[in-house]
Design a protein around this ligand. Structure first.
Ligand SMILES: [Zn+2]
Length: 324
């Protein structure tokens, strides 16, 4: 009789289903499937340039178009048995409240099939009158306060104060993009952990990405993990999103461009997984398949413990999205 083949993928998928299905902790579904011929020409632009390159899209999109993109992204997830998703939506002087209107409609339409947590995104920062006003509109609507430290480069302190004040005043969690560009110049996870403690928001703040943590020496990383635990700061990894990290001549500890899940998990930090950008200017080829992200995560971190991978894909995600 033929020996039965051990198929760990099937074991993981079965366990994920048993835990209620996947939780996709990070996405931008309002701009999913927006890649076109013209935008594709810009696919190799620098990441910080892309944050602004999307501005035409924000200005020209109609509520109906944003709704269609969101619906397509949600259906892609529902087909994979994704139980809950946390997604940023643009709310800024260009997008105005168009994504909010679309979000209200998709939430109603898909409420029996998938739990959605909306997170406001202000790509142009929050430190001018106009950007701040739209940030307030977004924060009022959102389930979770969204941030991206790079949005106000050089004014990180002031920026994070507003994010933390808003989260505390509205009694909402905060999800903040940090340490994204794989460079030792970045210490944003550390800043976020310190602000979390300063504002007494332990257990309510989540960092997204944290790629640059790898570029610091081991001693720094170990100290950072202790600080993260003290802040009860959680972390979302979007493994495919960082495969295109740029070559640099800066010497750092040898590492893969990924959230250091191999160190965060043993350090006792809650890690979740997200697809991030799907079929847009940032990631034209990302089809939003969570298995692919999990696969990349396990290889880049040599993380093969099945129960850990299942936890990252399910119950950790619920904690990160504040779902009971
Ligand atoms: Zn993002």
């Amino acid at each position: 009789m033929a020996k039965q083949i051990f198929d760990p993928k099937q074991v993981i998928l079965q366990k994920i289903n048993k835990n209620g299905g996947w939780v996709n902790c990070h996405a931008h579904i309002d701009r999913a499937f927006t890649i076109d011929k013209k935008l594709y020409q810009l696919a190799n632009a620098l990441r910080h340039e892309k944050w602004i390159l999307n501005s035409n899209l924000r200005k020209s999109s109609t509520v109906a178009q944003v709704y269609d993109r969101m619906a397509k992204a949600l259906e892609t997830m529902i087909a994979q048995k994704v139980h809950a998703v946390g997604t940023f939506i643009d709310v800024d002087p260009h997008m105005k409240d168009k994504a909010i209107k679309a979000a209200q409609r998709v939430r109603e339409k898909y409420k029996s099939q998938i739990k959605i947590k909306f997170i406001n995104h202000a790509s142009y920062g929050i430190l001018t009158k106009e950007t701040r006003d739209w940030f307030e509109v977004g924060a009022e609507f959102a389930d979770i306060i969204g941030g991206m430290v790079k949005a106000n480069l050089g004014k990180e302190n002031e920026y994070l104060d507003i994010i933390m004040q808003t989260a505390r005043a509205k009694n909402k969690m905060a999800h903040v993009h940090v340490d994204e560009v794989n460079s030792p110049d970045e210490v944003e996870t550390e800043m976020l952990a310190k602000k979390t403690i300063e504002y007494g928001l332990q257990g309510k703040v989540v960092g997204i990405h944290g790629i640059s943590i790898n570029t610091h020496p081991k001693k720094y990383r170990q100290t950072l993990y202790k600080l993260m635990r003290k802040a009860n700061l959680m972390m979302i990894a979007c493994p495919i999103s960082w495969l295109n990290s740029r070559r640099s001549e800066i010497l750092t500890p040898t590492h893969n461009p990924t959230t250091p899940v191999d160190e965060l998990v043993p350090a006792g930090i809650t890690v979740g997984i997200g697809t991030d950008n799907v079929a847009d200017l940032f990631m034209p080829y990302n089809d939003g398949n969570l298995w692919n992200d999990l696969r990349v995560m396990m290889e880049m971190n040599r993380l093969y413990d099945i129960d850990t991978l299942v936890k990252i894909s399910t119950i950790n995600g619920k904690k990160i999205l504040g779902i009971d």
